[in-house]
Structures are given as C-alpha cells and as structure tokens.
Design a protein. Structure first.
Length: 428
C-alpha cells in the first residue's frame, strides 16, 4: 500500500510510473475516494464533539426532556454518519489495496520475462561429453525416486511423490539450506503456520487481487488460506508492531510446503516438478530501515546465489522488467538455474525488495532512538525451492551410465554421493 498523499499530491509521475507495470492508475477517482473518506470522518468527528459537549452540560444538572430528545437525535445521526464512514472506507480500501508497488526508476522497461536483463552467468552450460541431456522427470523415474502415477492417483495433476533416496535428497536439501542460512548468514529459523487468515494474506499483497491463485478452506465459518510461500507468515510475524531501529535488520527463514492453484498455468510444465500445486521451499525474509533496503537486497541475492554455488549448479541472474514484477515488488532479481534437458534457464529463486509497500499494508513500523517513526522496508526471496533444486541436480549431474553425481556439499546430509538407476545409491 502507498501513502495516499504521495500518490495524490507529491508524486506527479505516479500515473506514468505505474503504467510501466501495465497498471492504469486513475488519480482522480483515487483522490475523490480519499476526500469522501476524509469528509465522512469529519462529519463523525463533529457529531462526537457535539455529544461530548452535551455530556459536559448534563453534569451541571438534570437534563430536560428537550435535551434528552436532542441526545437521541444526535445518537441516531452519529450512527448514520458512522455507517457512511464505513462505506467510504471500504470504497477507498478497495482502490488502495488494488494498486501495485511502483517500480524503481532503475528497473528496465518491458512486459514479460523475455525482456529481463541478464546481469551475470555462473558456471558452464556445455554438454558433458558422452551424456545426452534428459528431462528430470525421466531421470527421476529411471532412478526409481519419482512416482508420478501414484501422485496422480492420490491427488490428480500437478502433484509429486518422491520415495527412497529421492525423499532423503529432498530432506537433505532442506537441512543444508537451513543450516547455511542460520549458521553462516545470520537468519533465525521459524516453524510457522501453513494456514493463515485473510488479514495476513492482505498484509503481504496476495489478497484481495489474487484470491483465485490461492487454496482456501472454511471450517465452522472460519476462513483460512493455505500459504503460497513462507513469505506470508514470516513477514506478518511483525505486523502491527513498531520495531526498534537498533534491532534492525531482522532476518527470518522457514521451510514450508507452498500451495498454489496455478490458475493461469494451463498446459505449461505439465511434466516434472517445475510447476506444482504443492511444493517445499525455504524462504528468506528481511525487515530493515527503508534507506538500508538496497544493501539488504544485494545481500539477500548473494545468500540465494551461495546455495547454488555450493551445490555446483550453473545459473544466471536476471533483473525483471517493470511489467513482469510481482504485485508487491519494486525491484526483483530472478536467479535461473540451467536445465540441460530443456536447453534453457528456469527460475529457481526470486528475490524482491518491496520497499515500504508491504509494511504499510501490514502496519510494520520502526522507531529511531530520537523518536522518529515510519514504515519499515521488507524484502523476501526463495533460497531455495526443493523440487526445482532436485530437477537441476538430476539434469546437471547426469552421467553417461545413467547415474547422477551429487555435489560434495551434500554428502554429509545424504550419506551418499551418487544416485543409481533402479533406486540404489553409492558413496563413490
């Protein structure tokens, strides 16, 4: 959410800047709704002042019948005015919550991921001699670690089942990532709820705009949503709080399942683990002072990259154009891992600086030692999704004999170095 006065009065470029991300901002309609809310609140404040004055007058002696009737009329007028405030507030909130974050001026123009700007490449993309690249779904089936048919029988399309060494590899990756983040990068690990309320989803920007992408449940009239990412509970842990600036930045991490309806993904990535309704992911969140956000952003990108470097995976970093930014982001770097089976780079991490946008929605503020207060800045990033990391390890580690060689960094966690066809493993 934005400061309304900023959009209405202080940012003459707001319409143009929001248009860069394909959002048509109607400044006049927004300003009119803002004024209606303020005027309605002004009426209520005036009526309450009248009521307070009448209450003081009653202390001087017993009220007359005329005064009692006036008090009843005043209460009725106040109730009507309060209803007008609620209506005006709802109309304004509907507009305000639908406005996405404004891209930084440094974000390139463009409308799709095809127009992303490549910043750097790490690692080779040449084929291993004697190895024919294969899709990770086929490799996983031959290794005996994927069971697509059972997953489909249990839940339908876009669900995944790992077994044996595959399940152990997924658990090993989660532990490896969390150990790296908590022991070397300074994050505090949390075990968070996977079901959250509407207010929590609104705080990070998933609602109200993207409800069709979420899985929801209602039991006994209680509405809850399955989280699409741990960003949601991690960021909202400090919702409604004022943080001491001397305790910033704060850094959180969690491993959770993520649930996504993938409403707009029909026909895309129907094989393998790249686009699922349920998947495991380790998430990073940082809360800081606004002026520190650019530094924290680069730091977080580096933390995600370190995961890939230690796993010896080839990847590249790209900056998303304005039209491809997520709703709450003002700048995003995607880290794309090399998948030889499709001869392409695919997103494995998305790191975003949201500025004060989410903090305003969720009421996350900070206070300096001299007493100044303001909205904090929030940042989030994947580090990393487990399924996509497994896909990259299978495709990049495929050997001529059909086995898959894993990186040295994982041996301590898996207990094996190589995945063998048929479900076996070896330590050499």
């Amino acid at each position: 959410m934005h400061d309304p006065r900023e959009l209405i009065e202080r940012d003459p470029e707001a319409v143009r800047r929001l248009a860069r991300r394909r959002f048509a901002f109607d400044r006049e309609a927004f300003a009119a709704a803002y004024r209606r809310r303020a005027e309605a609140q002004g009426v209520v404040d005036g009526l309450r002042a009248e009521a307070n004055a009448a209450a003081r007058a009653r202390k001087a002696g017993p009220p007359t019948e005329e005064a009692k009737e006036a008090a009843r009329e005043l209460r009725a007028r106040t109730q009507l005015a309060e209803a007008e405030v609620r209506t005006a507030e709802e109309e304004f909130e509907e507009l305000a919550l639908g406005i996405p974050n404004i891209p930084l001026d440094s974000v390139p123009d463009g409308d799709s991921e095809k127009e992303a700007v490549e910043l750097r490449r790490i690692g080779p993309t040449v084929r291993t001699p004697g190895v024919t690249p294969r899709h990770h779904a086929d490799i996983g089936e031959d290794l005996g670690i994927f069971d697509t048919k059972t997953a489909a029988r249990l839940s339908g399309a876009r669900f995944h089942l790992s077994r044996g060494a595959g399940a152990r590899l997924e658990r090993a990756l989660s532990d490896f990532f969390l150990d790296l983040h908590t022991q070397e990068q300074g994050y505090t690990e949390y075990a968070v709820p996977y079901l959250v309320n509407r207010e929590t989803m609104t705080g990070t920007g998933q609602l109200p705009k993207f409800e069709e992408d979420l899985f929801a449940t209602s039991v006994g009239g209680r509405e809850l949503f399955l989280i699409p990412t741990a960003e949601v509970p991690l960021t909202n842990m400090v919702a409604g709080q004022t943080l001491d600036s001397r305790e910033l930045p704060q850094a959180f991490t969690a491993r959770t399942p993520c649930f996504r309806a993938e409403a707009g993904a029909y026909g895309r990535d129907t094989r393998g683990v790249l686009r699922l309704h349920q998947f495991e992911k380790v998430e990073l969140v940082r809360i800081c002072a606004p002026e520190d956000a650019p530094h924290q952003f680069e730091l977080m990108v580096g933390h995600a990259e370190q995961c890939l470097k230690l796993l010896e995976l080839s990847y590249r970093v790209v900056q998303l154009p304005a039209g491809d930014l997520g709703f709450s982001a003002r700048v995003t770097y995607d880290i794309e891992v090399w998948l030889p089976g499709s001869d392409s780079y695919r997103e494995i991490s998305s790191v975003s600086d949201c500025g004060t946008f989410q903090a305003r929605r969720a009421g996350i503020r900070y206070k300096t030692p001299d007493g100044r207060k303001g909205p904090a800045a929030t940042l989030n990033g994947s580090a990393l999704p487990i399924g996509r990391t497994v896909a990259a390890l299978l495709e990049q580690g495929l050997q001529e004999d059909g086995s898959v060689l894993l990186p040295d960094a994982l041996i301590l966690y898996t207990g094996f170095r190589r995945l063998l066809p048929g479900g076996g493993t070896s330590t050499d």
